[in-house]
Design a protein around this ligand. Structure first.
Ligand SMILES: Nc1ncnc2c1ncn2[C@@H]1O[C@H](COP(=O)(O)OP(=O)(O)OP(=O)(O)O)[C@@H](O)[C@H]1O
Ligand SMILES: [Mg+2]
Length: 634
């Protein structure tokens, strides 16, 4: 450590004279030194210790009465100055000048700071050297200086402007950053009115109030203002921490710590914006996004996840464990897939079809893409899954398949129709011939002719064939239509009147739901009635003549169609034959009981009226035939 500067050298020079005076005029200097708290040792020109005061005895510890007369350089173990030639006292004696020096104490450590000066006699000659020890004083000075230097370094290093403002808001101190912020030289800042640098009325009012003690800033108070011009800088946001204190002399001091938080606020804003953007991105995603920590607690649950699974985000995050959103055991399987390499790499899983479990227990088919979130050390911290609802897609897929099937069916029906029409026409003519000629034969035959029965059989079989042909012609839509405006409710009611009185209906409960506002349709009354009759008879057959038969009519306004539904509680139609039942000659009935032409005829008739006919059925659960016919538009 460098030797400390010892202050007040001038006053010490004065002391030389004083001591000289004391020496020459009793009482002797010793009496004076005794009362001085500074350790003092007097050394003769011969280097003998001549005198030391009480303070020196206390301070050095090794000085006793015996020390008087001992050589100073042997007592004070100067490590650098071992002989009298090199002893600093020699310097004082030779040059007759006072000097500061460092000597070793009794422990041999060179840490005593002394001021040595010559004591002159009345003739002006050196009579002895006085050594005043300032170690204590200098260490106090050093500490204060150290503290001051540390404080000033800290203040100068600060990247905030620091001001000490005194009377009438005059700046007494400004740190380097304050100078940088204001953009003017330090000499123009110190001594200037603090308010001059704020081009802002509100800030200055606040400073004035603080100065007057009206702002309660005795402890630290915080003040912030937006859009302030400070010096030459425009600050978006300024923050001040202020303390007001009244010094002992009643002088007011304001300590101000001023921060430009423009960049900080900008960053905060950017962060907020990007956070908002991210959370909007997550929330507005059409897919459900769910994230869970490693404990399985849900930490993200977006709006689409709420819609998909029926939980609110709040209840999902509070009460639902992530395993609950999958059927039992599935979550574990999913995690092991995620950790394996086979589904898109470790920690990733791209698009796998799964089933999610909703709050109500519904199993929802979903596509899931998932990932494990790792921290910077590669430790798992969360997992995130993106769920896309497959219900609509599946429904559309089914609809598409159905439409495709219907298309195939109608293509099949049209070619079957052409075939049936060809056959029917070909058969119709020879059949006509058979009927005419057999009738003629019958007329010509004797009443007793035994062949008459055979001929009659031929005629009735031929009539049956004619019926089949009629059915085929109906199916292939080759029959002439007699179109008229009709009320479908009426056609059904008339058909039912004939049937209901028959024995086959005796054990069947008939429920009729006719829509009284059903619009009229243009149709061939007889043929439509025939189509309905075929379906009603099929229902009776399916129920084994016992059950419940419901007829419902309604109006589909959107499609402008009259809708007729026949529902029975019969055996139902197995799915695998549902696309065959409209084929001509398809029948599951015993030979002789059904020709398999009933539904094909009905199909042909309804198609001929630009309508549609469909069936909904499951084995053992009855069947519903739905017929739609276009209404007459007004
Ligand atoms: N309501 C129904 N319930 C159960 N199966 C039905 C129903 N309607 C039709 N079917 C099935 O469709 C087949 C075809 O019916 P379709 O009316 O064309 O012929 P069919 O009744 O067998 O004979 P046909 O009507 O010519 O006397 C039936 O054999 C039967 O298997
Ligand atoms: Mg039938």
């Amino acid at each position: 450590m460098a030797a400390p500067k010892i202050k007040n050298r001038k006053s010490r020079q004065k002391n030389i004279l004083k001591f000289d005076y004391i020496h020459d005029h009793p009482p002797p200097y010793s009496q004076f030194y005794e009362h001085v708290s500074t350790p003092i040792v007097v050394i003769s020109t011969e280097y003998d210790i001549e005198y030391f005061n009480e303070a020196a005895a206390r301070f050095y510890g090794h000085l006793t009465k015996k020390s008087i007369g001992e050589k100073c350089y042997s007592k004070f173990k100067c490590t650098l100055h071992k002989t009298k030639e090199t002893c600093p006292v020699t310097d004082v004696l030779n040059k007759a000048q006072s000097r500061d020096m460092r000597i070793a104490n009794h422990l041999g450590m060179e840490n005593c700071y002394v001021h040595a000066f010559p004591l002159l006699n009345s003739k002006g000659n050196i009579r002895s050297v006085v050594i005043e020890d300032f170690t204590k004083l200098s260490s106090a000075t050093t500490q204060a200086e150290d503290l001051e230097s540390r404080f000033s370094k800290t203040v100068e290093l600060a990247v905030d402007a620091i001001f000490i403002v005194g009377e009438n808001l005059i700046i007494e101190f400004a740190n380097t950053y304050a100078v940088f912020m204001i953009g003017e030289p330090l000499e123009d800042i110190v001594g200037a009115d603090f308010r001059n640098f704020f081009h802002d009325k509100k800030v200055n009012e606040f400073l004035e109030k603080t100065y007057r003690g009206e702002e309660n800033c005795e402890s630290i108070c915080y003040y912030s203002e937006k859009s302030v011009i400070f010096g030459k800088k425009k600050l978006t946001t300024v923050e001040m921490f202020i303390t007001r204190s009244e010094e002992m002399d009643r002088q007011v001091k304001i300590y101000t710590y001023l921060r430009d938080v423009t960049e900080e606020k900008k960053l905060q804003n950017n962060l907020k914006q990007s956070n908002e953007f991210l959370s909007n991105l997550i929330n507005q995603s059409a897919d459900g996004i769910i994230a869970a920590d490693t404990e399985g607690n849900i930490i993200i649950f977006n709006e689409s996840a709420e819609k998909l699974l029926g939980y609110t985000a709040r209840e999902a995050m509070k009460n639902v464990h992530v395993t609950k959103i999958y059927p039992p055991g599935h979550a574990k399987e999913l995690m092991s897939k995620l950790r394996s390499e086979d589904y898109g790499g470790i920690g990733k899983m791209s698009s796998v079809e799964i089933v999610a479990a909703s709050k109500s227990g519904e199993e929802i088919p979903c596509n899931i893409s998932a990932a494990i979130v790792y921290d910077k050390d590669g430790k798992e911290v969360a997992s995130v899954g993106i769920f896309s609802d497959l219900r609509e897609r599946k429904r559309m897929q089914k609809e598409l398949e159905e439409t495709h099937m219907k298309l195939l069916q109608s293509e099949k029906m049209s070619s079957l129709g052409k075939l049936a029409a060809g056959i029917a026409h070909e058969i119709n003519n020879p059949l006509g011939g058979i009927v005419i000629f057999t009738n003629m034969m019958l007329e010509e035959m004797d009443e007793s002719d035994p062949r008459r029965e055979d001929i009659k059989r031929i005629i009735s079989e031929a009539a049956r064939c004619k019926n089949i042909v009629k059915g085929l012609l109906d199916f292939s839509r080759q029959t002439d239509s007699k179109m008229s405006v009709n009320d479908l409710n009426k056609i059904i009611a008339q058909t039912m009147v004939i049937l209901e009185n028959q024995a086959i209906f005796h054990n069947i409960k008939v429920i009729k739901n006719y829509d009284s506002a059903l619009p009229l349709v243009k149709c061939d009354r007889i043929r439509i009635s025939q189509a309905f009759l075929n379906m009603i008879l099929n229902a009776v057959d399916a129920m084994g003549k016992k059950g419940e038969f419901t007829i419902r009519t309604s109006y589909n306004k959107k499609r402008e169609m009259a809708v007729i539904e026949f529902t029975d509680t019969g055996c139902g139609i197995p799915e695998e034959i549902q696309n065959k039942i409209f084929d001509p000659f398809f029948s599951t009935k015993e030979v002789g009981k059904g020709t398999g032409l009933g539904l094909s005829m009905s199909y042909g008739i309804i198609k001929d009226h630009n309508g549609t006919i469909n069936v909904k059925s499951r084995t053992g659960e009855g069947a519903t035939f739905i017929i739609e016919l276009p209404i007459i538009k007004e």
